[in-house]
Design a protein around this ligand. Sequence first.
Ligand SMILES: *[C@@H]1O[C@H](CO)[C@@H](O)[C@H](O)[C@H]1NC(C)=O
Ligand SMILES: *[C@@H]1O[C@H](CO)[C@@H](O)[C@H](O)[C@H]1NC(C)=O
Length: 414
Amino acid sequence: MFVDWSMKFCFCSLPFSQPAKSGSVSGTRGSSLSLVHKPRPSVPMRFCSTLPLALCALSALSLLVSFFVRARGPRRAPAPAPAPAPAPAALEAPPSRRYESSPSPSSIPSSWHDDVSLVTVNDVSSSWHFNATLAESIRKDVLRFLDPERDMFLLQREVKPGVRIPYILNRGHFATVTRTVHSLLPSAPLLHGRRFATCALVGNSGILRGSHCGSEIDRHDYIVRCNMAPVTPFKRDVGIRTDFLTMNPSILPRYYGGLRNATLRDRFVARLRALGKGIFWIPAFMVPPERRWVDAVTDLIAHEHLSLHPAMPSLRLMHAVRGYWLSNHVDIKRPTTGLLMYTLFTRFCRQIHLYGFWPFHSDTEGRPVPYHYYEVMSYSYYSRSSPHAMPLEFQALHRLHELGALRMRTQACT
Ligand SMILES: *[C@@H]1O[C@H](CO)[C@@H](O)[C@H](O)[C@H]1NC(C)=O
Ligand SMILES: *[C@@H]1O[C@H](CO)[C@@H](O)[C@H](O)[C@H]1NC(C)=O
């Protein structure tokens, strides 16, 4: 089935798994994911280190020369000026942008097929040990790129009603911050000073089906779920508690009939009420077509007097998260919500446990795994046009699991 682009963008269904038995996933081959920190040389330094110094100096010189030639050359007709970005400077400033042009090679061979046998999952529960030192150093390293306490939430004082914001992934287009959106933004960072011993980050992969992980998930101190995945009918496998819920606006037309009648609206509102006082996080300024759905949701939240805390990411978030991973040689064009959440929650959680992350069409025993645990839908994890690189993300996260920085559940819970 065709999946619209925005769906793919947000899916947090970093799939994951259930009982892969003694499996050993051998996907780590060719992996040079250096997720353990080393001070990273600046981009030019790294570039130069790969070339003889003289060559580098030479290329610098030729750049300089060409600059002069151009500066003194005949003037060309002025090119049409690019559309100015009227957003306040404070909203921009992705400090990590410079990394975007870094030549980090992808560690995953492009020839990867959707073949689970290439991946080895060693999730032998008894052998996993949390490495607090490593988790702490990842937290510190993430902080060099962003402070999730601050960057996770766009604050009311950072925008004014009526201001135009460039879409993060489509900079030629702008969204206007409506009064409703503005009124719903938090006035202070919502998770300020919060620290949890253990957090569950629940992806939406079909690998959760039959996993019996529900009660284990519900025992964590803080539970993050993605894209309004339904829980009640799947309670035994995915649990029921939710403290933090993300929503890609595109699910409205897809699962809630665009809220076009009262029945559909009631169903949507019921799902939001179940969140209680949790945080409802809407990545609103990612891509243009989402806009009217954002308005539909925010209007509804404003009128239903829900106790949840609506929130939207700051505009620098995406670039900063991408910069962090790029600095670890994980070159992901558009991080999935799942990867975003892991990165952000390193700030708040001592231990992070991942469930439902499994970007493959079958488990390690060859049984088919649906893309989502709650529906039948197909998806190509490897499509070149896909904005996500789920297997690459999976490999990075799985590597961190092996190192003890996080725990990725790829087995059934018993
Ligand atoms: C934990 O991670 C640190 C940093 O990567 C490493 O030096 C240390 O050996 C690890 N400890 C264990 C017990 O694996
Ligand atoms: C609302 O729309 C849904 C989906 O189109 C439909 O199944 C349902 O019957 C409608 N309900 C009402 C009350 O019109």
